[in-house]
Structure formats: C-alpha cells, structure tokens
Design a protein around this ligand. Structure first.
Ligand code: ATR
Length: 268
C-alpha cells in the first residue's frame, strides 16, 4: 500500500517539497505519495490530528508552523523529540507510528550537508558568521558546531544575538564590532531578503575565497549582490532545501536519495 506524506504550511502552494519528494521516490523506487496541505493559521494541531487519523506516515512542516510542530503534545500520544529540534525549539519533520509521534528538525543537518557535500567545504575549524537570531538561526547552530565550525552570531537587535550566543556558548558581535573581523563563511539567516533590505555588513567581512550563503532561494538578495561585489563565492538556500528534504526522506524510508540530480533539475 502507498504510504502517504505531506508538507504543511500557510501559504503552501509555492512549496517545492512535493516535487522534491516525488523525485526522491521515483529514484529510490519507494511507493509513497506526497502532497502540499495548507493548514488554517489557527488549525495546525487539528490538521496534524486529521492526517494521523487518516493514516499518513509523516509530514514536513514549514512556515509559520515550525514552532508549533515542536510543541505538539496530543493527548494520549507518546512524543519523542530529537536533540536538534530541542535546540532549535522548532521542527520540520514529523513521523507517525501507532501512538507515537517523532519530532525532528533536519534544517541544520541539511545545511551542513549542502556545505560539505555539494559545496565541498570542510567545516572543521572554519570561522562562520551567522547573521540573524530568529528561528532560522536557532535551527542550524548545533549542527554547524557539531561539524567543527567556530560560530559568531550577529543580529540587528543585538540582545537577541547575545542571548542566543550565551545559550549555545558561542561568540556574538554587534554589526559595528564586525569592522575588525573576517570570516570564511557568512550565512544570512535573516528574513531581510524578503523585503529586499540590505544588511549593513562591512565590506572587509570576507576572507579571500570566502563563501556567502543565503538561506533564501529563488531570488538574488541584496546580501548576495553585496557578497559578489566583494569577490566572495555565493550560494543560495536551494541546496539546503533539497538536503533537509533528503534527511526527512531518510528518516521516513531508511533510504538516502541522491540529491545531485534533484538539485540539477531544480536549477533548470
Ligand atoms: P525566522 O524564523 O525566519 O528566523 P524570525 O524569527 O522572525 O524569522 O527572525 C527573523 C530574523 O531576521 C531576525 O534575526 C531579524 O532581526 P531582528 O531580531 O533585529 O528583528 C532578522 N531581520 C529581518 N529583517 C531584517 C533586516 N531588514 N535587516 C537585518 N535583519 C533583519
């Protein structure tokens, strides 16, 4: 029987997840279906209950429900939460089996895989500047550190960067303090690109051959344009999207899909 999966968000019609998971399924010969489902803004938990009762095996969760996914606690259910989801206080992957729900977050491991496997970067000892202190940043901090990177957090609202850095025992810095510093990798985890806003980073921020990584995809953000002007290598978040999906697929199916042909297809 075909196992059913879905991605839940609001809005959701733009989501590339159904396409990605269908390509994974075709490639690995897994008999699954995967659809996009829009949950009402006040109806996330009810939507999950409906899917569980209908026999779905799992789902991905996207904006704006990742925090609610982490907090799910349906009555009478056993909930198991991964360390990455605990650290991020957000989840993007749910698995249902009997009266058990597994809550996981594959965003950070997806980013690490994109950096290491697709962009061929050894993260051990690399100095990374993580710009932003919201949910997107929290989701990637622990996996990046596990990979051996030295992380500094900066944010427009400084207190949030300092708070996060304290909690994860990392360095933090104000935008002004960055004038003296250089990084091998600068990751934009802010939502500034959505409003075409520039982040006031100093031009001297990149080491020679540095990578500028924007978690956003599908558009050239002002951060990416700025980084290109400074001679940095630039990557968008499409690889992270595909890799976090592959991690979820592996959790559900026990098979790791080859992400390269899927990334190539999406780039076209
Ligand atoms: P997400 O879950 O996508 O991380 P969020 O939790 O609302 O969303 O966090 C958005 C992040 O983008 C924050 O770090 C925010 O900075 P503030 O904490 O100062 O609000 C950052 N951000 C949004 N717009 C920005 C802009 N124009 N310039 C710089 N940072 C911006």
């Amino acid at each position: 029987m075909t196992d059913r999966y879905a991605v839940i968000g609001n809005p959701i019609s733009h989501s590339k997840s159904p396409l990605i998971h269908r390509m994974f399924a075709a490639q690995t010969g897994q008999d699954i279906s995967y659809e996009a489902i829009e949950a009402p803004l006040d109806g996330f938990a009810a939507t999950i209950e409906r899917l569980r009762n209908a026999g779905y095996k799992g789902c991905n969760v996207t904006v704006p429900f990742k925090q609610q996914a982490f907090q799910l606690l349906p009555e009478g259910m056993q909930v198991i939460c991964s360390e990455d989801a605990e650290n991020a206080m957000a989840a993007n992957t749910l698995s249902f089996s009997g009266n058990r729900i597994q809550i996981q977050n594959t965003d950070g491991s997806g980013l690490v895989r994109d950096l290491e496997e697709n962009l061929n970067i050894d993260l051990e000892g690399k100095n990374i500047l993580l710009v932003g202190a919201g949910g997107a940043s929290r989701g990637v901090l622990s996996p990046l550190r596990r990979a051996g990177a030295n992380i500094t957090i900066t944010n427009r609202t400084e207190d949030k960067a300092h708070f996060l850095a304290k909690r994860f025992r990392m360095a933090s810095c104000s935008y002004e303090g960055l004038l003296e510093k250089q990084f091998d990798i600068v990751i934009n985890a802010t939502s500034a690109g959505l409003t075409d806003s520039q982040i006031p980073l100093p031009e001297s921020i990149f080491t020679p051959n540095a990578l500028a990584y924007d978690m956003m995809y599908g558009r050239e953000t002002p951060f990416m344009a700025f980084a290109r002007d400074q001679g940095a290598q630039v990557a968008d978040g499409l690889g992270m999207l595909v890799e976090q999906a592959a991690e979820a697929f592996f959790i559900w199916r026990g098979v790791r899909p080859d992400t390269r042909p899927v990334l190539d297809a999406l780039h076209k």
